[in-house]
Design a binder for this molecule. Sequence first.
Ligand SMILES: Nc1ncnc2c1ncn2[C@@H]1O[C@H](COP(=O)(O)OP(=O)(O)OP(=O)(O)O)[C@@H](O)[C@H]1O
Ligand SMILES: O=P(O)(O)OC[C@H]1O[C@H](OP(=O)(O)OP(=O)(O)O)[C@H](O)[C@@H]1O
Ligand SMILES: [Mg+2]
Length: 285
Amino acid sequence: MLKIALPNKGRLSEEVRELFNDAGLEVRGRGERALTASLGGEFEAIFVRAQDIPEFVADGAAQAGVTGWDLVNEAGRTLESLMDLEFGRCRLVVAARDESGITRVEDVKDGMRVASCFPRLTQGYFQQRGQRVTVVPVSGAAEIAPHLGIADIVVDLTSTGSTLKMNGLREVSTVLESSARLVAYPGNGADARRSLEELTQALSSVLAARGRRYLMANVPKASLAQVREVLPGLNGPTVVDVMDGGSFVAVHAVVSSRTIYRTVNALKALGGQGILVTRIERLMA
Ligand SMILES: Nc1ncnc2c1ncn2[C@@H]1O[C@H](COP(=O)(O)OP(=O)(O)OP(=O)(O)O)[C@@H](O)[C@H]1O
Ligand SMILES: O=P(O)(O)OC[C@H]1O[C@H](OP(=O)(O)OP(=O)(O)O)[C@H](O)[C@@H]1O
Ligand SMILES: [Mg+2]
């Protein structure tokens, strides 16, 4: 059995479950508080805190894991990054009080105190810039620190920016961009690597399918050349005969969901009929 460490709660846990479910690896838990679950196939999920996952995987206690790229970097352990899962997008930023007069990272003076849940990344960032700051490690709610006089500035995660805004803080610079990652133990043997390669392909196929739709339509044969221009498909649309005496053909194509509205209208304008758009569960190119 290969152990995959997954976040037990917090920001990433729901989306991780959904992604694995969609890939056909249903988390068969024994209830909300179960610490392990079978994922089907050769995988077993172990549920732990997102912060602990880099350590567990680096030690080989789990052969792979899903956690934030920010936490992987903060841990500073050697891990193989297998894939970017595209959710949990956020940035680790330097932020200062609106009235601090700090608008650029260059305004941060030597000796200033920086509160962060990411002490290692914070230290490394300022050190690399040649700025000597004192890091004040906190385990959450760093945004409050400047108001309590515990620190001058903070290094914290943001996505919508509303927490910073609510706390009267202004973003000054970006330390790291992050999203959820599938990472692996570097010491995995050949069998584990093969299984993890299959897992990566399965998860990738789900992500590839999410932004796309399958479109089918009957179009006049006479307009096929123009239809080809609006329906690129993966390798051009599939064209199938329709038993109507030959004036129509059926076209099938995988289309970006962002352009589907425009594509359907374009097909209608070309005489398309019986237009059908469906979701795709998985897509392997
Ligand atoms: N605002 C956000 N938007 C998107 N992703 C985020 C955001 N905040 C955090 N994340 C991502 O989710 C990961 C886990 O954060 P989460 O808040 O779930 O756990 P935590 O705060 O570290 O722990 P706890 O469960 O104790 O609160 C972060 O390391 C980061 O990768
Ligand atoms: O830019 P925003 O969209 O406002 O998001 C930023 C907030 O999200 C995270 O906290 P979270 O909500 O996960 O709470 P936590 O501090 O309990 O982890 C992060 O630590 C920020 O506080
Ligand atoms: Mg959080």
